[in-house]
Unconditional design. Structure first.
Ligand SMILES: Nc1ncnc2c1ncn2[C@@H]1O[C@H](COP(=O)(O)OP(=O)(O)O)[C@@H](O)[C@H]1O
Ligand SMILES: [Mg+2]
Length: 234
């Protein structure tokens, strides 16, 4: 049983003890907390309002963040519409642009969120309107985030549509982000999946790694189809 007035938010499955209290979210503090708080404050200062405001630390030593109303999808979905994919890509672009002048980003291009799964977006009216869960954010390159986001938002791999349709959706996503949909983007997807696979293996998550391995194989097999289909018209 949780405490009175505390509603468990287990949807993310990674961080234990995330709860809602009124219009706030409480998360156990980690060694990343101070960095995330400064990043979220920077976003605010740049006028980016599609991420939670930091509200401090509660009496139990937990981070207090603004609760953003809406729906956070519990699972991936291979059937997002062009509009939804475009809204996600535009939101990611705005986020990246807002981080580009954050002092810590100077060693790279932007602050990558590093976990741009649909399951870390709040949706309203079927569209992604805010980003949450900045625990693994770090300086990096736009394409690294875009590659990982494409993989998860399009459900590229064994569970999603066939390569020609996925190539079309890659073009939709890239157009909305504002980068050209070319071979570099397909490579970024493969690299992002390979990185996550390494991470899962290193942390002993063999069950999860098995699924990611299958996806990496799918991308490797279809890489040329995807690349060639990207050369066509949108
Ligand atoms: N600021 C927020 N506003 C609304 N819901 C949130 C917020 N932060 C977390 N949640 C909810 O709590 C769940 C877990 O939080 P998250 O930060 O994604 O942790 P995890 O590391 O487990 O993925 C999310 O899936 C979401 O449903
Ligand atoms: Mg999460």
């Amino acid at each position: 049983m949780g405490d009175v007035g505390e509603e468990p938010l287990g949807g993310g499955r990674v961080t234990a003890g995330v709860v809602r209290v009124g219009e706030t979210v409480r998360r156990p503090r980690t060694e990343r907390s101070d960095f995330v708080a400064s990043l979220l404050a920077h976003l605010r200062a740049r006028g980016f309002d599609a991420a939670p405001t930091v509200l401090g630390i509660d009496a139990r030593g937990r981070d207090v963040l603004e609760f953003i109303d809406g729906r956070v999808p519990p699972e991936l979905d291979g059937s997002y519409s062009n509009e939804t994919l475009s809204a996600a890509a535009r939101l990611i672009r705005r986020y990246h642009d807002a981080t580009a002048d954050f002092a810590v980003a100077r060693t790279a291009e932007v602050i990558c969120h590093n976990d741009l799964s649909p399951c870390n977006f709040v949706f309203r009216g079927g569209s992604p309107v805010a980003l949450i869960d900045f625990d693994v954010a770090a300086p990096g390159w736009r394409l690294d985030d875009v590659g990982y986001a494409l993989f998860l938002w399009l459900n590229l791999g064994t569970d999603g549509p066939a390569p020609p349709e996925q190539a079309r959706r890659i073009r939709v996503f890239c157009a909305a982000y504002g980068i050209s949909a070319d071979e570099r983007v397909v490579r970024a997807v493969a690299d992002a999946v390979a990185r996550n696979l390494d991470r899962l293996r290193a942390s002993g998550r063999a069950g999860d790694a098995e699924w990611w391995q299958k996806q990496l194989e799918w991308i490797t097999v279809h890489r040329r189809d995807l690349g060639e289909a990207l050369d066509g018209d949108a």
